[in-house]
Design a protein around this ligand. Structure first.
Ligand code: HPA
Length: 248
């Protein structure tokens, strides 16, 4: 089954016909909310709002382990993360949709693994390619079928937040090779890999990153909502097609 983790701007899926909601208890504490089960174009999906249904959980306080564990426990196999990001590269302005293929993790103090020393021997996972390629390709095919332009590939920098970055930090991220910046991509992707879920992301650029483009003199937060609302309608369109494509 496909699970969709909605980020800022996507706390509800208008195209989802809800059948039930289920509270899932996990060994890692509470997920961001009850899982919403339903159908999109008759295909079964599970939806979870990453920041809670009232958008009350900031990026550094999301219980990523509980969220991923809960989805896995309900037999999700594939996971699409929808995430809002800032655009670093000049050609990645507000409104751009992008399916990243790499991650650089700058977060800290987040619980980022299911492997603790108490119940596992030391375990490493391969994370050379952090997103599941099968899911990435499925997203790209869905976008093409939906007639929505998406950028196929890019490096996502995961920052700690909740504050936005300084202009110098954005310059450093760019030197490091990052194209977009967000606050929730990690450890979510790594946890999905650890537990064996096929996970990929579709990112929505909602602002130019600090010091870039229209954010040269500061990020105007007031502008983000309108951009996000318009772009999320396009993401919903992609998801509509995604569910009807088979998983392989
Ligand atoms: N930086 C970090 N996270 C973000 C941004 C940003 O500019 N925009 C949306 N999420």
């Amino acid at each position: 089954m496909l699970a969709i983790i909605g980020g800022s701007g996507l706390t509800q899926l208008a195209n989802l016909e809800v059948t039930r909601r289920q509270v899932v208890r996990t060994p890692y504490g509470e997920p961001s909310g009850a899982l919403t089960f339903g159908t999109i174009r008759k295909a079964e999906v599970i939806f979870l709002a990453r920041h809670g249904y009232g958008h009350s959980i900031p990026p550094h306080e999301v219980n990523y382990r509980a969220n991923i564990w809960a989805l896995d426990s309900q037999r999700a196999r594939d996971v699409v993360s929808v995430a809002s990001v800032g655009g670093i590269r000049a050609d990645l302005g507000p409104g751009t949709l992008i399916v990243p293929d790499q991650i650089i993790d700058y977060t800290y103090d987040r619980k980022g693994t299911f492997y603790s020393t108490t119940d596992h021997s030391v375990t490493h996972i391969d994370f050379t390619f952090p997103y599941c390629e099968r899911m990435r390709q499925r997203l790209l095919r869905a976008a093409a079928a939906a007639g929505e332009e998406v950028v196929a590939g890019g490096t996502y920098a995961a920052t700690q937040g909740p504050r936005l970055e300084t202009a110098a930090e954005i310059n450093r991220l760019e030197r490091d090779g990052a194209d977009i910046v967000g606050m929730t991509g990690m450890p979510e992707a790594a946890l999905a890999r650890e537990i064996g879920l096929c996970y990929a992301a579709i990112a929505v650029v909602v602002n130019y990153a600090a010091g870039r483009g229209a954010s040269a003199s500061g990020v105007r937060l007031d502008d983000i909502l309108a951009v996000s609302q318009k772009a999320m309608a396009r993401v919903r369109n992609v998801l509509d097609y995604l569910v009807t494509l088979d998983g392989d």
